[in-house]
Design a protein around this ligand. Structure first.
Ligand code: DMJ
Length: 556
């Protein structure tokens, strides 16, 4: 090669390559600063609107400004407020704009003051144990962690409130003979209440998605009981149902809390199934208890064997459902909720190292290589669920396409139905008329964030930017041409989009947080684990576990 180069030309060539490289570096650098700034503005606008028109209510409609609290007692749980604290703290930490930093600090102090002086969980009302744990307890715990870590706010406020709430939620375990908690609990009386429908069965994903929160709280409070309660659900569940052998590591979406037996055979990675799989891996990442990696491995192998399919005609990879159990027919329906799986598989493969680093580690094997590939494919499919839609935003549920002759009874589509279902431009998926809503959910941008930081592939930032722009354009509530807020959609199949008068707390807690982290350069995925509501907790070291003798205490 060298001999073809004229040495006198070398300097100008090196110089121009250097200049071009610098230009590319500065382009990406300034791009991510611009994107961060944009997301900070959207976060502050959404939160200011809520503060002015919905404070301190749990449910808020950004169009009508209607608001109400969820508990029957009429008191607020802090649904939107507590869920948002750590997003404000993270933005405060990363922002490069002084005025934004000041505004964020003002909001953090405002929120903290309310949590300290107004928020009172002593309410005579039944709450859902899972939702209250992941959003409120999770939000308080990460508020505690980040206020310590980032030196903003007062950790005492979050810690005390977290302990108070956790002690109330813990009573949901009290009457259950199997150790599996009932789905609701009265925060004042401590009465634990079974699910009012579904034969009293608890959602399998619900009682298996309390562990990160209770285990982290055990280590910071020194109270082992939180750990023991959360841990105790797995042994009966796995042993009574013989999950590894009878279900290839997968689980039906309902469990009877008194006996720990499954109720029904519906197996899916969407609603009521999703975070069961998520918390197997995340417990391993949080505490490095090997049993949870083994259970995760068995579930992922089962998923690959029974549920991973490809659409027609382009071969988009997706995770199907088995409504009648593993031996029953397959359904090609997939909830947007399933889109967290790209990020989870990537984290399971690399354990938070970049893919380049992970491939040099002792733990690397062909299963992990295969998981990584699947992570890329699923994230691509979920991106297509945005990219191909008229509003550039995903619907709540899609049905993947097959040639009609290969369809089973769950996948048959009559001509009449086909005419009423929306079909994607590549014909790979359909959307039924009632499934075209978009709740500004996080799962796809969550996976995109993980994929970007684990691969350093700029494509993921491009996808994130496209999705953010579509949220900005198509979920904005405008009055007199001015954007006042952002809201959910009743329909993302037509533009202009039909708005829904509701802002979910996860818009601020998860969607904007993951988008924001996508454009930050120093995101450490080795030392922190995000709970299912995107609240970060620090990895628990062995010394802290040994001090309290916190162990799994069971094996298969
Ligand atoms: C969140 O509340 C959590 O991520 C939960 O696990 C399921 N999905 C919603 C957001 O879509």
């Amino acid at each position: 090669m060298k001999r073809y180069l004229n040495p006198r030309m070398l300097n100008p060539i090196i110089l121009s390559v250097g200049v071009a490289a610098l230009a590319v570096f500065y382009y990406f650098q300034s791009k991510s600063i611009t994107m961060s700034y944009k997301i900070e503005k959207i976060l502050l606008l959404s939160f200011e609107d809520y503060k002015q028109n919905g404070w301190p209510y749990d449910v808020y409609g950004p169009i009508s400004h209607n608001h109400f609290n969820m508990p029957r007692s009429g008191q607020p749980l802090g649904w939107i407020i507590v869920d948002t604290i750590d997003t404000l703290m993270l933005a405060y930490n990363y922002t490069e704009t002084d005025s934004t930093k000041k505004e964020l600090l003002k909001n953090i102090e405002f929120v903290e003051n309310w949590v300290d002086n107004e928020l009172d969980y002593d309410m005579d009302s039944e709450v859902n144990v899972f939702e209250t744990t992941i959003r409120m307890l999770g939000g308080l715990l990460s508020g505690y962690y980040l206020s310590t870590e980032l030196n903003v706010g007062n950790p005492r406020v979050y810690f005390e409130k977290a302990v108070d709430l956790a002690d109330r939620l813990a009573l949901s375990f009290a009457n259950s003979p199997s150790g599996i908690p009932y789905s609701s609990v009265n925060l004042k009386t401590g009465d634990a209440i079974k699910n009012h429908v579904d034969n009293g069965a608890s959602s399998t994903a619900e009682f298996t998605t309390l562990q990160l929160e209770f285990k982290y709280l055990a280590t910071i409070s020194g109270n082992k009981t939180y750990w023991t309660l959360a841990e105790q659900v797995y042994e009966p569940l796995y042993k009574i149902n013989d999950i590894v052998n009878q279900y290839d590591g997968l689980v039906p979406i309902y469990t009877l809390p008194d006996t720990a037996q499954f109720w029904g055979q519906n197996i899916r990675f969407g609603s009521r199934g999703d975070s069961f799989y998520e918390y197997l891996l995340k417990q391993y990442l949080l505490t490095h208890e090997q049993v949870y990696y083994d259970l995760y491995r068995s579930a992922i192998d089962g998923m690959k064997k029974h549920l991973v399919k490809r659409s027609y005609p382009s071969g988009l990879t997706y995770i199907a459902e088995k409504p009648d159990g593993l031996n029953g027919l397959t359904s090609s329906k997939m909830d947007h909720l399933v889109c967290f799986m790209g990020g989870l598989l990537a984290m399971g493969a690399t354990e938070g190292y970049t893919i380049k680093e992970a491939r040099t580690m002792n733990f690397w094997d062909s299963d992990r290589e295969d998981d990584w590939l699947l992570a890329m494919q699923l994230t691509h499919t979920c991106y297509q669920m945005y990219h191909q839609l008229p509003a550039g935003l995903s619907p709540e549920i899609v049905v993947f396409n097959y040639p009609q002759t290969q369809r089973n009874q769950y996948e048959q589509i009559s001509e009449a139905e086909r005419a009423s279902w929306w079909m994607s431009p590549t014909e790979d998926f359909f959307v039924k008329p009632l499934d075209g809503h978009n709740l500004q959910r996080p799962e796809t941008v969550e996976s995109i964030m993980f994929m970007y930081h684990l691969s350093n592939d700029a494509t993921y930032r491009e996808w994130g930017e496209e999705i953010l722009n579509n949220f900005e354009q198509n979920t904005a509530v405008k009055r007199n041409g001015r954007v006042e807020a952002y809201t959910s959609l009743n329909d993302c199949l037509h533009v202009p989009t039909a708005k829904r008068d509701n802002m979910e707390s996860f818009w601020l807690a998860e969607t904007l947080k993951y988008l924001y982290l996508l454009f930050q350069d120093n995101v450490n995925l080795r030392d922190v684990v995000f709970n299912t509501e995107a609240h970060p907790f620090p990895v628990i070291d062995k010394a802290s576990m040994d001090k309290l003798n916190l162990t799994t205490g069971w094996s298969l």
